[in-house]
Ligand binder design. Structure first.
Ligand code: NCD
Ligand code: ZN
Ligand code: ZN
Length: 433
């Protein structure tokens, strides 16, 4: 089966892409299309921009006992709608992905996925043997190890420094990246006692920035000694950026920024309330500026959504009970394309952060770049289309967002995974060109 995508606007110019058995086998300037010979199908992309599909290293798919929040089908439909072709699922599910038995339960559920996926194994204070057992099998669906240094949302934690070191050693031995939620439980407890508020407007004060800064400092220090690769998830403060800058050498330290920590700060909470409750919390304008700088000077390696769906009823509970997190798969690329249109982000940089870099860091083979030999994971973008983010139309089960109602320029028109436009409510999800 061969398909030509005609008139794709690539960074290199207007091109035709020949796809066979899900892989890109040739790319030619548009005027030379006849040299491809006979093909089964031709799809006219009509000069729209084509970028490598987004690889999102930070997704909470849920499913299993939390399928009421999200499942593999709805999460992957949300991914497709957002131009995301690969998702890495976090281990804080019920049951948690902390041993082979639970991993296998998740593997079964993930067969529903419409996009490529991998799993993180969660570390606990007592499961190094389980991690070893999984890594020993060298399975290609393991993205790496995830460590939470504090409670966030129904997650296991590693609170013992010696155990953390052992997890880092394991990761080094198997050449796996350790992704870390770096807020420190010890400091969280301290600040919570000091500031007994019960108000979303104080979330940033209660889950104080020091909790994240100190945890980030700790993992940078330990990983430098051990020599393993770490990936600091959802960096949210300017102090962490400074620390990462200091420790970033030898390709051992990577960091991720989310669209919400980049584009929002705690001032939005007056308007959106608990919808904007997330860990780490939304911070300040000064932090937004530092994250932008990190993007533009190469300190930030990736953009991850931290897609964290909960039901609207859960989010509408009082501050203390409302879970942290909100969906992000369907807004990420739109928000970033809008920044490209605003002149704040170069298109090449967007591609690097959302696709090239995650593929390199997590050693994905034949993905993350539009080139001959790679799988045809592609997002087709109309950079000029104005669009209003409408959370009620999300494919995710979580139909709310702190970005709801925001107008953006730039829209995902089609998403190809392994060269296929998957046949789910095609006209609704992908739009038509
Ligand atoms: C995440 C979730 O809901 O699973 N919530 C969040 O606020 N980010 C957990 C996490 O990534 O910390
Ligand atoms: Zn987290
Ligand atoms: Zn997360």
């Amino acid at each position: 089966m061969s398909v030509i995508l005609k008139n794709c606007l690539l960074i290199e110019g207007l091109s035709n892409i020949l796809i066979e058995e899900g892989k890109i086998v040739d790319i030619k300037p548009s005027e030379q299309s006849e040299t491809f010979g006979t093909v089964n199908e031709t799809i006219d992309i009509k000069g729209n921009l084509v970028i490598p599909g987004v690889i999102d290293a930070h997704v909470h798919v849920r499913d299993l006992q939390q399928a009421y929040k999200e499942d593999w089908e709805t999460a992957s439909m949300a991914a497709l709608a957002g131009g995301v072709t690969t998702i890495f699922d976090m281990p804080n599910t019920l049951p948690a992905t902390i041993n082979l038995k639970n991993l296998n339960i998740k593997r079964k559920a993930a067969e529903m996925s419409l996009v490529n996926y991998k799993f993180f194994i969660g570390a606990t204070n007592s499961n190094q043997k389980d991690i070893e057992e999984i890594l020993d099998k060298n399975a290609p669906d393991i993205a790496g190890i995830k460590v939470f240094l504090a409670g966030s949302v129904s997650n296991e934690t590693v609170t013992d420094e010696d155990i953390l070191k052992q997890v880092f050693e394991l990761a080094k031995q198997y050449d796996k990246v350790v992704v870390i939620h770096t807020e420190l439980q010890e400091l969280l407890d301290k600040w919570q006692q000091r500031l007994p508020y019960n108000n979303i407007l104080k979330h940033n004060a209660i889950r104080n920035r020091q909790c994240a800064i100190k945890g980030t400092e700790l993992v940078l220090r330990l990983s430098e000694v051990i020599g393993n690769k770490i990936y600091i998830a959802h960096v949210s403060t300017f102090e962490e950026i400074e620390l990462i800058k200091k420790y970033k050498c030898n390709n051992q330290v990577f960091c991720e920024v989310t669209p919400h920590h980049l584009l929002l700060n705690e001032s939005i909470l007056e308007k959106v309330g608990n919808i904007g409750k997330v860990n780490p919390p939304l911070r300040s304008e000064k932090d937004n500026a530092a994250l932008w700088q990190a993007i533009n000077n190469g300190i930030a390696d990736t953009i991850g959504t931290d897609h964290a769906p909960h039901t609207i009823e859960e989010k509408q509970q009082e501050y203390e009970k409302a879970p942290s997190g909100f969906p992000g798969l369907e807004t990420c690329l739109l928000l970033l394309l809008n920044e490209v249109n605003e002149g704040n982000l170069k298109l090449e940089k967007l591609i690097e952060l959302t696709s090239n870099n995650p593929a390199k860091i997590f050693q994905l083979e034949k993905r993350g770049e539009i080139k001959v030999g790679n799988f045809a994971d592609l997002s087709v973008i109309d950079l000029n289309k104005k669009w209003k983010i409408n959370a009620s139309a999300f494919r995710s089960k979580a139909k709310y967002s702190p970005f709801d109602g925001i107008e953006v320029k730039g829209k995902v028109m089609m998403t190809f995974v392994d060269g296929k436009i998957l046949d789910v409510s095609k006209e609704v999800i992908y739009g038509t060109i």
